[in-house]
Design a protein around this ligand. Structure first.
Ligand SMILES: [Fe+2]
Ligand SMILES: [Fe+2]
Length: 189
């Protein structure tokens, strides 16, 4: 990471909600996503309100990722499938109960591991940052280059991230929810 990036990583305040159930490793991941998104909001000179929206979505998105099965089911009772597909809806439901009212933030959290056509910028940014944060141990240089490019070309980086996320899932033979397919088709159209 560059000197400036390392500085932001150290200085990003921890915005994890008190009700989060996360391992230290998860908290560190979310901290890196927050540091990256903070860099982007500064580089893009985003209005404060939009910056806060992006950062709230970041801090909340994995807040129940390490919750026990019963807790996850309690917050996402109708959602089936693996935990990868359930922790977003669970965190969104809890965040709403705790007072989060912004639909951009809630939909970003709800669909962050899937992708969703209804997203505004908050969801699209979280989808990219979650994948591009520097702690993941594959394609480091290519992902770092995309992270650097994001402020100048968010739509182009999103297209690349969508392609890469699908390739990554396909090599692991993961199935794609219909919302993911629709999102990919819209982004790559
Ligand atoms: Fe997640
Ligand atoms: Fe994440």
């Amino acid at each position: 990471m560059t000197g400036q990036g390392a500085e932001l990583l150290r200085s990003a305040p921890d915005g994890m909600p008190p009700w989060a159930i996360v391992t230290p490793r998860r908290r560190a991941h979310v901290g890196r996503v927050a540091a990256l998104v903070t860099q982007w909001t500064v580089a893009m000179r985003l209005p404060a309100e939009e910056s806060r929206r992006w950062l709230r979505a970041v801090w909340l998105h994995d807040a129940l990722r390490d919750a026990p099965e019963a807790e996850m089911r309690r917050w996402a009772p109708g959602v089936e499938g693996p935990v990868e597909l359930r922790h977003g809806p669970a965190a969104a439901a809890r965040a709403e109960l705790e007072g989060e009212r912004d639909e951009d933030v809630l939909s970003a959290i709800r669909w962050h591991s899937v992708g969703w056509n209804g997203w505004a910028e908050t969801g699209r940014t979280l989808y990219c940052a979650d994948f591009l944060e520097p702690g993941r141990d594959f394609d480091r240089d290519e992902r770092a280059a995309l992270a650097t490019r994001f402020p100048d070309d968010p739509a182009g980086v999103l297209r690349d991230v969508v392609r890469r996320r699908f390739t990554y899932a396909d090599t692991r033979r993961w199935s794609h929810p219909p919302e993911s397919i629709a999102f990919r088709d819209e982004v790559l159209r």
